[in-house]
Design a protein around this ligand. Sequence first.
Ligand code: SF4
Length: 374
Amino acid sequence: MKYVEEFQNPEAARRLLDDIHATVTRPWALMEVCGGQTHSIIRHGIDQLLPDEVELIHGPGCPVCVTPLEVIDKALEIASRPGVIFCSFGDMLRVPGSDRDLFGVRGEGGDVRVVYSPLDAVRIAQENPRHEVVFFGIGFETTAPPNAMTVLQARRLGVTNFSMLVSHVRVPPAIEAIMRSPECRVQAFLAAGHVCSVMGTGEYPDLADRFKVPIVVTGFEPLDVLEGVRRAVRQLERGEHTVDNAYPRAVRPEGNPAARAVLEDVFEVTDRSWRGIGVIPGSGWRLSPRYSEFDAEHRFPVSGITTREPAACRSGEVLQGLLKPHECEAFGTACTPRTPLGATMVSSEGACAAYYLYRRLGGTPASLEASPVA
Ligand code: SF4
C-alpha cells in the first residue's frame, strides 16, 4: 500500500536504529504525544529495539481518554432523555462514566447510534424532524475541523433539531502543563503529525524555547517514529532545542489555513478539564456564542452531576507519563478491555489498551481477549 509499506521497511528501520544506537551516549526520556504513535510503538516493539538509554514516555494524546468524566456523565444524561437521538463515534460507547456507559444507556432503551461522520448526525436530524439529534464532538485539532464544518453545514441546511456536545482539546497547552509539572521527566517531544497537518508548527517554537525542549513533528508508521526519535536524540546529544518537522509529507509550517479559519470561526478557546489530569488553561475549544443555537449544553442544561472515578484506576498518571500501564495493579486483572475501569483501557488509542493488546502480562495472552476497539 503506497505511503504505508515503504514506511514499514525493515532494512530502513535497521539503518535508523543503527544511527540512534551510534548517537546516544546517555539516558534520555522522550514523550510521544499521540495515542496513535503509542500504539505504533507498542505494536511494532519500537521501544524494545531502541537503546536502553532511550525511554519513550506515553503522552496524553488519546482523545477518548482525556474527555472529562463530567462531559461523559453529561452525555449519558442527555442520551437518556426521551426524544433524543444521541450520535457518537463507536469508541465513546464503552467509555465508563461515573456509573454506566453509552452502551448501558442504549440497553436501557436510549436511542444511541454509532456514526462514521458528524455529517451522518445531520442527516439523521433531517430524517427525524420530531427528535433532537445530538452529536458527541470530542477530540484534538484533528477531529475539530470536520465537527466545525458540520455545524456550518447544519446552519446552511437550516437543520434546527441538531446540536453538538463539544469537548475538544488542544495539544500545545497540554505540552506546557506537562513541562510545568514538578514530576516531569520529559526531555523531548514527538509532536503529533496529524495535529500539525491542521495547525502547522507555529505554536511550538515558543514552547521549545521557553522549556528548552526539542519538539520533533512525527508521523505514525514505524519509520516515521524512528526518524522522530533519531532527530530528537540528535538534538538532545547536541544540546539543541528546536522544532523539527520529520513529517513533511503531511505537515506544512502553516498547516491547513482553510481548516484553521473554520476552527477560529466556529469555536473559541476555553479552559478544559482533562480526565485524570485536571484543568489545563486554554486547552480546549467550545462552540463560539455565534453558534450557540447548536450547543447541546445550552439546549439541554444538565446540573447536579457528581462524578465518581474508580479508586483503582490510575489513568491520570498513565496519561501524564508518570506510570506505565502494566504498573497499575488493576491492569489485566480488574481492568481489561472487556471490563475497563478507565478510558485508557477502552480507546483504540489508549495506552492501557495498547499494552494489553500487544504486550503480555503473564497468565492469559492478551491476544486471546477481545479487541478493545469498540
Ligand atoms: S489499567 Fe485500567 S485501571 Fe489501570 S490505569 Fe489503565 S485504565 Fe485505569
